[in-house]
Design a binder for this molecule. Structure first.
Ligand code: C2E
Ligand code: MG
Ligand code: MG
Ligand code: MG
Length: 282
């Protein structure tokens, strides 16, 4: 297109491109510095069995908090860190931090376990991934069953044989995993033929659509039924109201996560949330 528009446009284009590349290099540099400066933090969001009211664990979510207090959401830097390979380093930091949090909660707040950690496709494909995982567990001295991984469907699209191999090694290690954002990838239904998944997290847009239209409701109900017949645990993401809770329970999905219960919180705040909640339910 730039070519068709003539030489001047091409030159303009490349100046713009250079600016973009420069900005990217700056962010990359900032991301690395942020690690040295301790600007990354893990927030934790509870998962709840809405039928019993029990907290069944929580998910670690990465935050970059700049010195001025500005919070950068993960989707603003994780994709770039994947492109540059920095995710390997950052992801290892996340795993290690989560494992040490597990150790702290093992004694004080076992209800918050297991802790699940998001793993990007690139990180999962890294040859050193399992070693990193193993050494984080060992260093923190925690049991593998207290840690879970959340993998998106994009993990499965690339090199399925390699994935199957990794899945069985994870199983040997005792680390469970779930498929995150179920339904948004490409091969959702196909891989159900091959993999014996334990847990699937239903991407929150399915719930939103289910609340908006009969058609959306049918799709979500079908997903839940599919999970039930394959004996796969289903967790609904993005539960924001009591109405959401009631609908999901009516459709047979009792495991939930979302702002209705709690936003992702720093560890101390989540522990506090848990304590208050238990006092109310006594
Ligand atoms: P995800 O793993 O699917 O996480 C769920 C996202 O939905 C989180 O956004 C969470 O804050 C948000 N959320 C939870 N409940 C609700 C709700 O009721 N309503 C709405 N509107 N949103 C809700 P967040 O923290 O911005 O993370 C976005 C994505 O970034 C995550 O999606 C995950 O894919 C990725 N991510 C986060 N932390 C990490 C990490 O440590 N490593 C990697 N590789 N990816 C991460
Ligand atoms: Mg997740
Ligand atoms: Mg998700
Ligand atoms: Mg998501």
């Amino acid at each position: 297109q730039a070519k068709a528009a003539g030489r001047n446009t091409t030159r303009f284009y490349s100046a713009e491109l250079q600016e973009l590349l420069k900005r990217r290099r700056e962010i990359q540099h900032e991301m690395r510095l942020a690690l040295e400066r301790g600007e990354y933090h893990l927030y934790y969001q509870p998962k709840v069995d809405a039928w019993t009211g029990r907290v069944i664990g929580c998910e670690a979510l990465l935050r970059w908090i700049k010195p001025g207090g500005q919070v950068v959401p993960p989707l603003d830097f994780i994709p770039l860190s994947e492109e540059t390979g920095f995710i390997t380093l950052l992801g290892a930091w996340v795993l290690r931090r989560a494992c040490f949090q597990i150790r702290a909660w093992q004694d004080t707040h076992p209800h918050l376990l297991p802790v699940s950690v998001n793993i990007s496709a690139k990180q999962f494909a890294d040859p050193g991934f399992l070693d990193t995982l193993q050494s984080c567990l060992e260093e923190a001295g925690v049991d593998a069953r207290h840690l879970e991984l959340e993998l998106t469907e994009s993990v499965l699209i690339t090199r399925l044989e390699h994935c199957l191999e990794l899945f069985s090694r994870l199983k040997e290690m005792g680390v469970a995993f779930s498929i995150d954002d179920f339904g948004t990838g490409f091969s959702s239904l196909n891989y159900l033929n091959i993999l014996h998944l334990e847990t699937i997290k239903i991407e929150r847009s399915f719930l939103r659509r289910a609340m908006d239209s009969q058609r959306g409701a049918s799709v979500l109900q079908a997903i839940i039924q599919l999970g039930q017949s394959l004996d796969i645990q289903m967790i609904a993401e993005g539960v924001e109201s009591q109405q959401d809770v009631d609908k999901l329970l009516g459709w047979g999905c009792r495991l939930m996560q979302g702002y209705h219960f709690s936003r992702p919180l720093p560890p101390a705040a989540l522990a506090e949330w848990l304590t208050t909640r238990h006092q109310h339910s006594k």
